[in-house]
Design a protein around this ligand. Structure first.
Ligand code: NAD
Length: 422
C-alpha cells in the first residue's frame, strides 16, 4: 500500500502541489510576496551518501536527505522514509506539510523530513542496521532534541528508531532519548504511540459528528483501509457505540448494515490475509465502499481515492481523512458544495505526531506517563485544534481544509514576524 502511495506522490510532483497550497493560503491571508518566498523554500537541505558493507563483501553507497523546512515555532519534526522512489523534492514537500501539521495542531515544532533511497526489504537486518547508523552519523551535526527530532515514516519502525537513538547517544557519550520519537517502550518510547493516529481520527470523527448534530453512539461508519490507522479508528469508534458497517483492505471490503466487530475482523484478517470473506458479511469493492450510505467515511488507505469521478456520488455526511491526501482538489470543491464536511489529513491524522511530542516531553523531563494520561492529553490537544479550525471555517464560510491551512500558515507567519524574520 505504502509503495503505491509513494509512487503516486512521485507522479504528481508533491513539491509543486505543496507550493500551490502555500500560494493559495498566502494570498487568502493577504500576506506579501516575501512570506511566500521564504516559506516556499526549505531552510536547509542536507544530502548525505552512506557507504554500507553488504553481506557479500561489496560496498553500496546509499543517498539520503534531511530537509529542515521551517523552525519558527520550534525544533524541526518529521519522519524518515526508506523507499527506492525517495527524491529530494518529495522530501522537501513532506517537510513543508510537517510544518503545517505541527502548526495547525499547536505543537511547539517546525517541520522537517528525511529520506533514504533504498528498498529496505532487500537488505538483511545487519545491512539495515549499518545503513541506519550511517544515516544518523551523517545527519548528526544538524539533529538533536533542541534542533530536529526524527521519527518513523514509510518502511521505518521502532527498531530503526532504537538504532538511531543508540548511534546518536554513542556520538554524544551519554543517552539522548529525546533525539528521536516512536522508540520501543523499553527504550523510552511513549505508551499509546502505536494507536495514537487512529485514536486521534476517532476523536475528530466524534467531534465533527457532534457539530452537525449526529450522536456518535448511533453513527454509521465506513473505513477504507484496514491497517494501523483504519483498524484503530474503527476500534475506538466501536468502543463508543458507533456502528462500523463496512471496512476494506487492498483486496476488497466487507459490508454488514448491522455492524461489524472490529477486533474480530482484524483477527480474521491476521489469519487469512484479508478482511474479504469475513463470515456473515457481504463483499464490496473499494470503489463501492466509498459510496455507501453512511454518516462518517474514513479513507485510511492511500491517496487520491475521492476524485472528480466519484465525489458527487458520495453519501457520507462527514469525511475524516485518516490517510494522507485521499481527496483531490477537484473533489474538495464538489464536496464543499454538497455540504459534506471534510476534515483534512493535516489535522485528522495528527494523533501520531502529537503523541510523538508527548514522548519528547517525557524524555526531556525523565518522566513516564501512564497510558491514561497520554490518552487524556491527546484528546484535549486534538479537540482543541479541531475546534479552532472548525470555527475558522464557519466564520470565513470556507471548507475545513482551507481553514486548516490558514490557521497553520498564520501561526508560522506570526512567529516569524515576532522573531523579526519578516
Ligand atoms: P498500513 O500499511 O498499516 O495500512 C494500510 C491499509 O490500507 C492496509 O490494510 C492495506 O491493505 C490497505 N490498502 C492498500 N491499498 C488499498 C486500496 N487501494 N484500497 C483499500 N485499501 C487499501 O498503513 P497505515 O500506517 O495505516 O497508513 C495508512 C494511511 O495513513 C497512509 O496514507 C499514511 O500515510 C497515513 N498516516 C499514517 C500514520 C500512522 O501513524 N500510521 C500517521 C499519519 C498518516
Amino acid at each position: 500500500m505504502k509503495i503505491i502511495m509513494v509512487k503516486l506522490l512521485s507522479i504528481i510532483d508533491p513539491y509543486k502541489m505543496a507550493v500551490k497550497q502555500l500560494r493559495n493560503a498566502v494570498e487568502l491571508l493577504g500576506y506579501d510576496k516575501s512570506v511566500f518566498e521564504i516559506l516556499s523554500k526549505p531552510q536547509r537541505v542536507l544530502e548525505v551518501n552512506i557507504p554500507v558493507r553488504m553481506d557479500d563483501g561489496s560496498v553500496i553507497v546509499f543517498t539520503g536527505y534531511r530537509v529542515q523546512h521551517n523552525n519558527a515555532l520550534g525544533p524541526y519534526k518529521g519522519g524518515v522514509r526508506y523507499h527506492p522512489n525517495v527524491t529530494r523534492n518529495e522530501v522537501i514537500a513532506l517537510s513543508m506539510w510537517m510544518t503545517w501539521k505541527c502548526s495547525v495542531t499547536g505543537l511547539p515544532y517546525g517541520g522537517g523530513k528525511g529520506g533514504v533511497i533504498v528498498d529496505p526489504r532487500r537488505l538483511s537486518i545487519r545491512e539495515l542496521e549499518e545503513l541506519s547508523r550511517g544515516y544518523i552519523r551523517a545527519i548528526a551535526p544538524i539533529i538533536g532534541p533542541e534542533k530536529d527530532i526524527p521519527a518513523p515514516d514509510v518502511y521505518t519502525d521502532p527498531q530503526i528508531m532504537a538504532w538511531f537513538m543508540d548511534e546518536f547517544s554513542k556520538l554524544k557519550g551519554y543517552n539522548v532519548p529525546a533525539v528521536v520519537t516512536a522508540k520501543p517502550e523499553e527504550l523510552w518510547g511513549s505508551k499509546g504511540r502505536i494507536y495514537s493516529t487512529g485514536l486521534g481520527v476517532a476523536i475528530i470523527a466524534r467531534e465533527a459528528a457532534r457539530k452537525i448534530g449526529i450522536d456518535i453512539s448511533n453513527a454509521r461508519v465506513v473505513v477504507q483501509g484496514y491497517g494501523n490507522v483504519g483498524f484503530f479508528t474503527a476500534k475506538f469508534l466501536h468502543d463508543v457505540g458507533a456502528k462500523i458497517i463496512a471496512v476494506s483492505d487492498s483486496k476488497g471490503g466487507v459490508y454488514d448494515p448491522k455492524g461489524l466487530d472490529p477486533e474480530k475482523v482484524m483477527e480474521f484478517k491476521r489469519k487469512t490475509g484479508s478482511v474479504i470473506k469475513y463470515p456473515g458479511a457481504s463483499t464490496i469493492t473499494n470503489e463501492e465502499i466509498l459510496l455507501l450510505e453512511t454518516d462518517i467515511l474514513v479513507p485510511a488507505a492511500i491517496e487520491g481515492v475521492i476524485t472528480l469521478d466519484n465525489a458527487a456520488s458520495i453519501k457520507a455526511k462527514i469525511i475524516v481523512e485518516g490517510a494522507n491526501g485521499p481527496t483531490t482538489p477537484e473533489a474538495d470543491k464538489i464536496l464543499f458544495k454538497k455540504g459534506v464536511k471534510v476534515v483534512p489529513d493535516i489535522l485528522a491524522n495528527a494523533g501520531g505526531v502529537i503523541v510523538s511530542y508527548f514522548e519528547w516531553v517525557q524524555n526531556l523531563q525523565g518522566h513516564v506517563w501512564s497510558e491514561e494520561e497520554v490518552k487524556e492529553r491527546l484528546e484535549r490537544h486534538i479537540e482543541h485544534a479541531f475546534h479552532r479550525v472548525w470555527l475558522k471555517a464557519e466564520r470565513d464560510s470556507i471548507d475545513l481544509r482551507t481553514a486548516a491551512y490558514l490557521v497553520a500558515v498564520e501561526r508560522v507567519v506570526k512567529a516569524m514576524k515576532l522573531r523579526g524574520w519578516i
